[in-house]
Design a protein around this ligand. Structure first.
Ligand code: ADP
Length: 630
């Protein structure tokens, strides 16, 4: 009973387990990743052994290895187990015994051979070739990032693939002479390890065709410290050629990239190298080995072999330098013109111009400046228009004032005729008297002389009247002069005095006892005074003859000159006070209503004011105020 019960209890669990299994397999089939996990569970994990030459961070090989590893991991359809070992011994001048390292590797991989061995750089290639029989028999080997001269071709087997590079020192030096044609001397920085010594000899051999034209200086027998010292004091037209610096002549081991940065900081000459891993750290550039080319070939060979391809079926020609590339910052620093670069060159690390970097800000500033310039030119244009309008309005005013003067002079005709008649009459009388006297037997010469003097005086009086009349009727444009106000008012009074006398009006002029200099148009200001006096005389026309009085006075109040014209007429009605200066306001039957309007415009054009009031005792008072000249 209990067994049955337990069976019935177990059954749902079994169903659930079956369901989970089905689900898992469905998920596994649907995703490649899980498919890979599944395959790895079936034993398809690929084991890759990478052998570094100097150390995992030693340029240039470190950069090749990094790129190869990254590409391999990305492109491999199988899960990978990548093991890495570095042949540190290659960094010393006298490599120590390799046996312990060989033993170590042997114990590691005994019975668990890698699927492929990848060597990076020449020392690793040499080591792999030397010990592969003992360590990894039958394991395919890829010798990568190794100069073709350093491959032991005799020991190559069907199980090997070589991804070699080819150094071309003539091309590298030719590049220096191409971009810096004035170069006289090239200092070569290559260390003193056995490998580096090999390269010194190779460079020397390859450069033989260069001849005597260029002096090549070798730094391989110097400590790096000494190299830095020399590099800081190089004569002009010298370039530095950066080969490799793993061990210097003093036996000091260097990390190449750190050494290159120190050299760059110290050197007073441009540095050239043919390796991409050094490019960007201070070298000028030129034709160079590009990491990507080597790493792509290495990875495609590795994946091919891991997938079952025969290594013997994969063969590559050594990879030469890629198209030249230059560091824009270095071109700037050493004044190398872009026109010197060979065709097809690429320039990298170009610094953005201010325009490229601050494009939006510059656009904004430029548009603000543009708007501002537009506003300013608009304002200037407006100002100019205003000036033109002002000049035009002054001319109009001058013309209007001239017309108004004609009408004023019309009123003065009697006075003028009288003023002219008087001297002309006396001249006639005096001339007749002189004639009579000359007929006498013994004419009184003194008397005649006196008469002639009177004639001359009267003639001058008549000419003066005509001069004044002409001046007031003269059609002149608005012109600014220095004016003495007392004289100007006196002259105006002279023009109306005869009219006043004829109308039996007492015309009193009280000038201030000081000069009143103002700036303005004398004819126009005189016209204003004349208008006020004529208006005053008109206003007292109906008054008793004994009470007809017009008073004109000048005053100085601070920096202001005042001209006051008052009369004993009825004054101006309070309701009209605000309107008397308006054009066409008149209370006279024949009036035009323009006199005061023109007077106000003239005074305001002289930066002054004009006001009207009725005096407490009756009679109008007009006051003109003008700024005094200092
Ligand atoms: P018009 O003399 O042709 O009338 P004005 O502009 O010279 O034109 O004067 C406007 C008006 O102001 C006159 O009609 C007059 O009513 C008033 N007015 C001007 N001067 C005086 C004054 N001294 N006394 C009284 N009223 C005056």
């Amino acid at each position: 009973m209990s067994g049955r019960t337990s069976i019935s209890k177990v059954r749902p669990k079994a169903v659930a387990a079956l369901f989970c299994l089905a689900l898992l397999s469905a998920v596994c089939l649907s995703t490649g990743r899980v498919g890979a996990v599944e395959r790895s569970l079936r034993g398809e994990l690929k084991r890759v052994l990478i052998l570094h030459s100097f150390g995992r961070d030693f340029r240039p090989w470190s950069e090749y290895a990094r790129d190869i590893k990254a590409k391999l991991e990305r492109q491999s359809p199988w899960p990978l187990d990548i093991q890495e070992h570095a042949l540190l011994t290659a960094r010393f001048n006298n490599p120590g015994p390799e046996a312990p390292f060989v033993d170590y590797l042997q114990s590691l991989y005994q019975g668990a051979m890698p699927d492929i061995v990848l060597s990076i750089g020449a020392p690793a290639a040499r080591f792999a070739q030397k010990y592969r029989g003992r360590l990894f028999p039958d394991v395919p080997l890829i010798l990568s990032a190794v100069e073709h001269r350093l491959i032991n071709r005799a020991d190559l087997s069907d199980n090997d693939v070589v991804v070699a590079i080819r150094n071309d020192f003539m091309a590298a030096f030719g590049n220096i002479l191409q971009v810096l044609p004035d170069t006289k001397s090239i200092a070569v920085v290559i260390g003193a390890s056995p490998l580096e010594k090999f390269w010194v000899e190779e460079v020397k051999r390859e450069l033989q065709p260069l001849g005597e034209g260029i002096e090549v200086v070798w730094y391989s027998d110097l400590s790096f410290e000494e190299i830095l010292k020399r590099a800081s004091r190089l004569p002009p037209h010298t370039a530095l050629f950066w080969g490799l610096m793993s061990v210097d002549a003093a036996g000091v081991v260097h990390e190449s990239d750190i050494a290159l940065r120190s050299l760059y900081a110290a050197a007073n000459a441009p540095i050239f190298s043919y390796q991409e891993p050094f490019f960007g750290d201070g070298t000028v550039g030129g034709p160079m080995h590009m990491i990507a080319e080597t790493s792509s070939r290495t990875v495609s060979a590795a994946i091919g072999i891991l997938g079952g391809a025969k290594p013997a079926s994969i063969s590559y020609e050594p990879i030469g330098f890629a198209a030249p590339r230059y560091d824009w910052r270095q071109l700037q620093r050493w004044g190398i013109s872009e026109s010197r670069l060979p065709p097809g060159s690429e320039i990298v690390f170009r610094e953005q111009s201010i325009w490229e970097r601050y494009r939006w800000q510059m656009l904004l500033i430029a548009s603000v400046i543009l708007v501002q310039a537009g506003l300013i030119s608009g304002m200037l244009h407006e100002r100019r228009r205003r000036q033109i309008a002002e000049v035009e309005s002054r001319q109009r005013l001058a013309e209007l004032a001239h017309a108004n003067r004609y009408s004023a002079v019309g009123e003065l005709t009697t006075s003028i005729a009288h003023e002219l008649n008087q001297p002309l009459g006396s001249i006639l009388t005096n001339a007749e008297t002189a004639e009579l006297m000359l007929r006498a037997a013994s004419p009184d010469i003194d008397e005649i002389r006196q008469i002639l003097a009177d004639i001359r005086r009267d003639d001058q009086r008549a000419s003066e009247v005509i001069r004044r009349l002409r001046s007031i009727l003269k059609k002149t444009p608005f012109e600014i002069k220095n004016i003495e106000l007392n004289d100007m008012v006196r002259e105006a009074i002279g023009l109306v005095r005869a009219v006043a006398d004829g109308r039996r009006i007492t015309l009193i002029y009280t000038p201030v006892l000081a000069d009143l200099h103002v700036r303005g148009d004398p004819i126009q200001l005189q016209q204003v005074v004349l208008n006020l006096i004529i208006n005053a005389m008109d206003a007292i026309f109906d008054a008793d003859p004994g009470k007809r009085q017009v008073s004109v006075s000048t005053l100085r109040v601070g920096n202001v000159a005042e001209i006051r014209v008052s009369d004993t007429g009825p004054g101006i009605a309070a309701s009209d006070l605000a309107d008397v200066f308006n054009p066409f306001f008149t209370t006279k039957p024949q009036g035009m209503g323009m006199g005061l309007a023109i007077a106000k415009t003239i005074i305001e054009a002289h930066h002054g004011t004009i006001g009207a009031a009725t005096q407490p005792a009756g009679g109008a008072l007009f006051t003109i105020r003008l700024p005094i000249l200092h």
